[in-house]
Design a protein around this ligand. Structure first.
Ligand code: AP5
Ligand code: MG
Ligand code: ZN
Length: 213
């Protein structure tokens, strides 16, 4: 199974990804998570992308494609893999199609999770992530048992540097301009499945899992 998770920032791609991985055992490949790990570890890549990500702009296609294809070339999870946050523009989608063709692979389904702008802003502003294990919470929708502390590992919860309202609005604009044309791109090839991300996490997932069975 090869899945692509598409949707604006805050729609719930990461939240759905976790549930999909638990049930379908695919490998979750999130370009955003890989970039953030590199930033945390202060690698060369991390230093190059840190300011771009903090501003909510897109990392260059060259760097991103190289990172993805390097990751995919090592990928051998029996159940397959799921790309989250990639591709993010037509150029990246074409590069991915070329890579898949060369490697005799095909996308099973493109999962589009969308939500209203006010919902996106509220979710992004309220998101908290564990500094240590990356578990994701929301101050209202999915609060931890103890405020500011991760339920899973007991470490501190923090806000992503790009999770303030101003940067969230910029990220949504980038999505509308550069990423949303992918909806048409994948719809034309008959691989797109749309889901209403305004609903509760479990409700959205129930629809997603049914589409995958
Ligand atoms: P990335 O990490 O991909 O971020 P994003 O696309 O902005 O999406 P988010 O992770 O913010 O949201 P999400 O949809 O995963 O929502 P989540 O499930 O966490 O990218 C970050 C940056 O990296 C980019 O801006 C760019 O700079 C760079 N980058 C990454 N990929 C790139 C690429 N391919 N090319 C170039 N640059 C790239 O949910 C959000 C919150 O809402 C959580 O608190 C959650 O608990 C809550 N929530 C989720 N779903 C629900 C629900 N249904 N009901 C109630 N609450 C919910
Ligand atoms: Mg995410
Ligand atoms: Zn944790």
């Amino acid at each position: 199974m090869i899945l692509i998770l598409l949707g604006p920032p805050g729609a719930g791609k990461g939240s759905q990804a976790k549930l999909i991985v638990d049930e379908f055992k695919v490998n979750h490949i999130s370009t955003g998570d890989i970039f953030r790990k590199n930033i945390k570890e202060e690698t060369d890549l991390g230093l190059k992308v840190k300011d771009i990500i903090a501003k909510g702009e897109l990392v260059s296609d060259e760097l991103t494609n190289e990172l993805v294809f390097e990751t995919l070339s090592k990928e051998n999870t029996p159940a397959g893999f799921m790309l989250d946050g990639y591709p993010r523009n037509i150029n990246q989608a074409k590069a991915l199609d070329k890579w898949l063709e060369e490697n005799n692979k095909e996308v099973t389904e493109v999962i589009l999770v969308d939500a209203d702008v006010n919902v996106l802003i509220e979710r992004i502003s309220g998101r908290r992530v564990c500094k240590n294990c990356g578990a994701t919470y929301h101050v209202k929708n999915l609060p931890p048992k103890v405020e500011g502390i991760c339920d899973v590992c007991g470490n501190e919860l923090v806000q992503r540097p790009d999770d303030n309202e101003e940067t969230a609005r910029d990220r949504i604009e980038v999505y509308n301009e550069q990423t949303s044309p992918l909806i048409d791109y994948y719809e034309k090839s008959g691989r797109l499945a749309r889901f209403d991300g305004n609903e509760d996490i479990d409700v959205v997932y129930e629809h997603v899992r049914n589409s995958l069975k």
